[in-house]
Design a protein around this ligand. Structure first.
Ligand SMILES: Cc1ncc(COP(=O)(O)O)c(C=O)c1O
Length: 394
């Protein structure tokens, strides 16, 4: 890296995700590491994008988002949660949830400020906070149920706390925060006058009797919550990068200022297509079908992992399973994932990449089940050999 690069950027380096993908390519491994579907999204969304392009909807959109998409986002919230969200003043369209997170953090974290985060956490939270001049204050989620210690959370709040970052359903653990947990978080945010930034990109992918509750809908939280979502996970088209921010008008005004100078506006035809997709999904059973498909994929991968001696922890949401590696003889999750990719031919992601201090990570490996049946079958064929190939032959 050029020596004139800023200290912050020099500190980031290349991620373990790129390393694992490179290793997977090198060894021709079945890639269950990458967190995105290897199948296509619904035709109605793709057709809407083609129609938007052909209809000439190809010039800059309004900076804070195409009106039809903002209306569809507001209508979705009204349908799901019964609240009237004002598309004119409370909704902003971004280039994916990643940009939304970046905008929200730049707007509300300044030099010397602290952002509380549940650890493990999605990788972009750290660089976004450091680039704003702030620091992350982690609160640990502990397996197998990924509960946090309420005293540890309370102790994390202080005069420097400006925001709390929440991700539910949670990547990489599959945790869906309960009503009691959210009430505790809400109470502390109000007591310390803290803004909550909630990343809800997996809200449509939940299982069994899990219920996704947006923090914004808890008493006293609407005025201090920024809800982030995107169509990438819900519509299995992660490359289209249509995200959005929902927040009260005064907060939205700040978010729009940052958004204006980060991307100015997001792809116009994709915004129109996303409006159509959100409208149609409300009118048909698309989300139910998505949930049923993912429940089936989850069951397939859970069985494969259990049969291979890599039993996975239970999850309530998201599209990742974490296998327990204790007793297999590996010093850490990175060593295991490199071995699995090179020797067994299946790539997974080491969850220690989601920790400020990797040494705090429990011994697990993350597998993505947003994959075609044939991909999961190919992984199953290879994973069957794990026990035989283990170093020391356990
Ligand atoms: C928790 C979480 N937040 C945000 C994102 C990024 O979403 P987008 O692709 O919409 O930027 C991801 C993608 O993996 C994620 O897992």
């Amino acid at each position: 890296m050029d020596s004139r690069t800023t200290r912050q950027v020099q500190g980031f380096g290349t991620s373990i995700f790129s390393e694992m993908s490179r290793l997977a390519n090198q060894h021709g491994a079945v890639n269950l590491g990458q967190g995105f579907p290897d199948f296509d999204g619904p035709d109605f969304y793709k057709e809407a994008a083609k129609e938007a392009i052909d209809a000439g909807l190809n010039q800059y959109a309004i900076s804070h988002g195409a009106p039809r998409l903002r209306q569809a986002i507001a209508a979705t919230w009204r349908h799901d949660h019964g609240r009237e969200v004002d598309p004119e003043t409370e909704v902003t369209v971004t280039s994916g949830a990643t940009e939304a997170l970046f905008d929200a953090i730049q707007a509300f974290v300044g030099p010397g400020d602290e952002a509380i985060v549940f650890e493990p956490f999605y990788d972009s939270y750290l660089p976004s906070t450091l680039l704003a001049g702030g620091t992350l204050r982690p609160v640990t989620l502990r397996p197998p149920d990924w509960a946090f210690d309420p005293d540890e959370l309370a102790a994390a709040f202080g005069p420097k706390t400006r925001v709390l970052l929440l991700n539910t359903p949670h990547n990489p653990t599959g945790k869906v925060f309960s009503g009691d947990e959210l009430r505790l978080i809400a109470d502390l945010c109000q007591r310390w006058d803290v803004i909550a930034i909630t990343d809800e990109v997996y809200d449509r992918i939940i299982f069994d009797d899990a219920v996704h509750l947006p923090l914004a809908e808890l008493p006293g939280m609407w005025e201090r919550t920024i809800t982030i979502n995107s169509t990438g996970k819900s519509f299995s088209l992660t490359g289209w990068k249509i995200g959005y921010l929902i927040a009260p008008a005064a907060v939205t005004a700040a978010l729009r200022i940052v958004h204006q100078f980060v991307t100015f506006a997001t792809s116009t035809p994709m915004q129109h297509a996303s409006a159509v997709a959100l409208e149609l999904a409300l009118a048909n059973d698309y989300y139910d079908q998505l949930r049923r498909d993912y429940a089936r994929r989850r069951a397939v991968l859970a069985d494969v992992l259990a049969a291979s001696g890599l039993p996975a922890l239970p999850i309530a949401g998201g599209y990742f399973l974490n296998s327990d590696l204790s007793g297999l003889g590996f010093a850490d999750d990175v060593t295991f994932c490199r071995w699995l990719t090179a020797e067994v031919g299946v790539a997974a992601v080491p969850p220690s990449a989601f920790y400020l201090d990797p040494a705090r990570a429990p011994l697990l490996a993350r597998f993505c089940f947003a994959k075609r049946d044939e991909t999961l079958r190919a992984a199953a064929d290879r994973l069957r050999r794990v026990r035989d190939l283990l170093p020391g032959g356990n």
